[in-house]
Design a protein around this ligand. Structure first.
Ligand SMILES: *Cc1c(COP(=O)(O)O)cnc(C)c1O
Length: 374
């Protein structure tokens, strides 16, 4: 128990007093559902932050991905290329829209989808690509956009983990046809639960708003020509979002300070791969990942157990989509292997990276890691 209390948590949200007057206003005015001024203000503030015209707030990042794929109106059986190493939300969004996820492996250094492999996976049925900006590091969108233009493919960015990350000075989320964000409690900007799709395309924005709200007919209430969802965000959550957007620059600075502090202390350890930052990229280091080198005689699960004994909490890396029983049971990805994803799933984890992390906690984490690896 005492040991539990001393555990340095992997992630803690940072919500401060600036939310209180806004949440109070919701309570006092009774605007607590999905109408109300904070929804519009949050959509406006977040889409402006992303340098994008429209924002459509929804109840989660998964919901954002789902309506983004649906908004493309792709023919049943269309293929969408996505990374194998990501969260299942990406695959669910594609499958729910009647499309087929086609996987590529990831880059061993940035952990983002390997763009060299995208070309080999294009078929006559390919309609879109879903890049995922991983743990704070962006995909090289300049290269992907050029490729997608040439092949006439849509791009849906999953920027859930990379609020404010940049490719050659441009913020992610606003670079593809649509960009999806999550505001779950451990994300850089949070509303507790929540998400948003941003886009510069007016037609997509209208369709996203309709899909989020049961596809009510514009002119005739309770008349429906399409299946929609209730993925609405509440005004209460949006109030938290408005207050959080004011903190986004400070949160990103804190993450980058954390990453620099970890790198400084861990860079001499030869058996560990640390997060990188490509020269064209701004990494926002949502979570600080580590990957054990092949010379380490144990895997990430054992590393995690040993760190826990020393008071350091960790989380495992994603398990690739091609290794998910629920997707394999649908006959997907049969006989496919993605060695980099498989290696990351077994040798990678992330260490405490919350916005409340202190320098002395970083020291303790790094001392524990050094003790275990030396
Ligand atoms: C967190 C996350 C999501 C899902 O967001 P929820 O709000 O939890 O539904 C989607 N994609 C990635 C890459 C994420 O990290």
């Amino acid at each position: 128990m005492a040991e539990q209390l001393n555990l340095i948590p992997v992630s803690e949200p940072l919500i401060d007093g600036n939310v209180l007057p806004l949440v109070r206003e919701c309570v006092e005015t009774g605007w607590i559902s999905s109408d109300g001024r904070f929804i519009h203000e949050f959509e406006h503030k977040w889409s402006s932050f992303c340098n994008v015209e429209y924002g459509v707030a929804v109840s989660s990042g998964t919901a954002a991905l789902q309506i983004a794929v649906s908004a493309l109106r792709l023919e049943h059986g269309s293929e969408i290329i996505m990374p194998s190493w990501t969260i299942i939300s990406c695959a669910i969004a594609i499958l729910e829209a009647g499309c087929i996820p086609v996987l590529v492996d990831c880059d061993p250094d940035t952990w983002c989808m390997n763009l060299d492999e995208v070309e080999n996976r294009v078929s006559p049925r390919t309609r879109a690509v879903m890049p995922v900006h991983m743990l704070g590091h962006p995909v090289d969108m300049r290269r992907l956009i050029a490729f997608a233009k040439e092949r006439d493919l849509f791009i849906i960015e999953d920027a859930a983990e990379s609020h404010g990350a940049e490719v050659a000075g441009c913020r992610v989320g606003g670079l593809g046809d649509m960009g999806c964000f999550s505001f779950y409690a451990n994300k850089i900007v949070t509303t507790g639960e929540g998400g948003m799709v941003v886009t510069n395309n007016r037609e997509f924005a209208d369709r996203l708003r309709s899909l989020r709200n049961l596809c009510f007919d514009q002119n005739r209430r309770f008349f429906h020509t399409e299946i929609g969802h209730n993925y609405r965000l509440t005004n209460l959550q949006a109030a938290v979002g408005v207050a959080q957007v004011e903190r986004v620059d400070a949160h990103i600075r804190k993450k980058r300070w954390m990453a620099a502090s970890y790198r400084e202390r861990l860079k001499e350890l030869r058996h560990l791969a640390l997060p990188v930052e490509r020269e064209w990229a701004k990494n926002v280091y949502w979570m600080y990942g580590l990957v054990l080198g092949d010379s380490v005689p144990f895997d990430a699960a054992e590393f995690s157990r040993r760190l826990r004994e020393q008071g350091v909490d960790t989380r495992p890396f994603f398990l690739g989509m091609h290794e998910q029983p629920v997707l394999r049971a649908r006959g997907l990805f049969e006989g496919e292997a993605y060695p980099v994803s498989e290696r990351l799933a077994r040798r990678g984890l992330y260490i405490p990276s919350g916005l409340t992390l202190t320098e002395s906690q970083i020291d303790r984490v790094c001392e524990a890691i050094s003790r275990i690896l030396n």
